[in-house]
Design a protein around this ligand. Structure first.
Ligand code: ATP
Ligand code: CA
Ligand code: CA
Length: 434
């Protein structure tokens, strides 16, 4: 459960794999972005929508020469993913720079038990995960429904997928990509059986589990409501696809006492015409030493005034300046507009104890003292279908444990338990002024 990030240098075991996927993505994304755009239809999904290509070492008419071995590349449903990237407000040039630029990717040392290899882009925005054949199958099978779901819900909590390719892997958004430091991370399923981390020090690189979570979180009521509503919609999609074993990835940033939380999202000063691609520069840029491109404030569409401005809980959106928190002046380039924006829109919350004093779960001293937190969360690892293997695991484990507490249950039971668990860590607010 420990995440160690290792730069992939020349001679590293994953160096060849990294070069291949960088070459492949550069080619694919570049090519598709030159094609005329058209509406997505059913022929854009499924096996006939795959594009295959060889990348010989010596180069070819379509591909550059390279220093890796000859490899075959396959793009699954490139048109669909192009649309998805657009819907997720991913800028093509940025995407290529993050993944295929000169900076190497980093490898996360085996974060899961499945044996998948994980890479992280140098800017932390993207995670690349190698997949099993069965997982690619599940992903392609659910792609039409997933696509539809993304169109329906701009605040979807589920992992954002940006591309699937062979050498078999998926590119997805990093749920915990933020300039705020993530002090603790939890991988939560709502199944209590065996869900705690092994011995060892707890720190920001440890992935903690259900039984390690000692706190519940009080959110501003409208955020809580929006979050739980979205959770229901997202679980409905996963259940309909026969998926189980997914998790909520929850990241906590502890606020310094001087940035003590206000639970209300103060986004009323955000203009409605700000779009995701607006290049936003901090007015006091010299002081901050940075400008931020691609700031996403999810513009409120006309007729959609009820959309909750605070629910920017997925990986990409608003990035506060490093160490910064609070209100800043923003200057929109090309205009004389100066905007006041309250940062901390990343779901501030108050942490309260979840278990009573004499429970068995381990101490984590930091959490004893901190109560104001900023939350990041999303649903990850959504490509496990309830197939034969899981059924056998369930049958076997039911002999030893309470069948409802183990993680290998059917998708319906799984979704229900998952929702109940997540709801239980976001209880209704009891005392808002304190
Ligand atoms: P298993 O099936 O045994 O759970 P896995 O190989 O399928 O393992 P995941 O559960 O997908 O792995 O991920 C393992 C860990 O990697 C997560 O607990 C989380 O810390 C990190 N991780 C995975 N996906 C993301 C993501 N999209 N954003 C941020 N972190 C992620
Ligand atoms: Ca998992
Ligand atoms: Ca998995």
């Amino acid at each position: 459960g420990v995440l160690i990030r290792e730069t992939i240098y020349k001679g590293h075991g994953s160096y060849g794999l990294m070069l291949n996927l960088q070459l492949g993505i550069r080619y694919t994304v570049g090519k598709i972005s030159q094609e005329p755009r058209h509406e997505i239809g059913s022929s854009d999904f499924g096996p006939q929508a795959c594009v295959e290509l060889r990348f010989p070492r010596s180069g070819s008419r379509l591909t550059p020469c390279h220093e890796s071995v000859d490899f075959r590349w396959k793009d699954y449903c490139p048109k669909v993913f192009r649309h998805l990237r657009e819907m997720f407000k991913i800028d093509t040039a940025d995407y290529m720079l993050s993944i295929c630029g000169n900076d190497a990717l980093r490898e996360l040392a085996s974060p899961g038990k499945s044996g998948s290899v994980f890479f992280l882009s140098h800017d932390d925005r993207y995670i690349i995960k190698t997949l099993r054949k069965s997982e690619v199958k599940v992903l392609l099978g659910m792609l039409p429904s997933y696509y539809h779901h993304v169109q329906m819900y701009e605040n979807m909590l589920i992992t954002k997928f940006f591309g699937v390719h062979r050498v078999r892997f998926v590119v997805m958004g990093n749920m915990l990509c933020t300039d705020l430091h993530i002090h603790r991370r939890y991988d939560l399923k709502g199944s209590l059986q065996g869900r705690w981390t092994d011995n060892g020090e707890i720190d920001e690189n440890t992935t903690l589990k259900d039984l390690d979570l000692k706190y519940v979180f009080q959110l501003e009521p409208s955020w809580r409501e929006a979050l739980l509503k979205q959770l229901v919609c997202d679980c409905r999609l996963l259940e309909s696809q026969g998926i189980m074993d997914y998790s909520v990835l929850l990241g906590l940033h502890f606020r310094a006492p001087q940035h003590s939380a206000t639970l209300s999202p103060e986004l009323s000063t955000v203009p409605t015409n700000l779009t995701h691609s607006s290049c936003v520069t901090y007015a006091n840029e010299q002081e901050m030493g940075c400008s931020h491109r691609g700031l996403v404030l999810v513009p409120r569409q006309p007729g959609n005034e009820t959309s909750t401005p605070g629910l920017h809980v997925r990986g990409s959106p608003l990035r506060a300046p490093a160490g910064g928190d609070g209100e800043v002046d923003l200057l929109l380039p090309g205009t004389a507009r100066r905007l006041q924006i309250q940062l901390g829109v990343n779901m501030p919350a108050r942490a309260d104890r979840r278990f009573d004093e004499n429970d068995a779960c381990r101490e984590d001293k930091v959490l004893e003292e901190v109560h104001d937190v900023v939350l990041y969360l999303g649903i990850i690892d959504i490509l496990q279908a309830y197939g034969v293997t899981k059924r056998i695991e369930h049958a076997y484990k039911s002999l030893h444990y309470d069948p409802l507490s183990i993680s290998a249950v059917g998708p319906k039971v799984y979704a229900k338990r998952f929702q109940e668990f997540v709801s239980s860590i976001f209880p209704p607010t009891t005392n808002q002024t304190n």
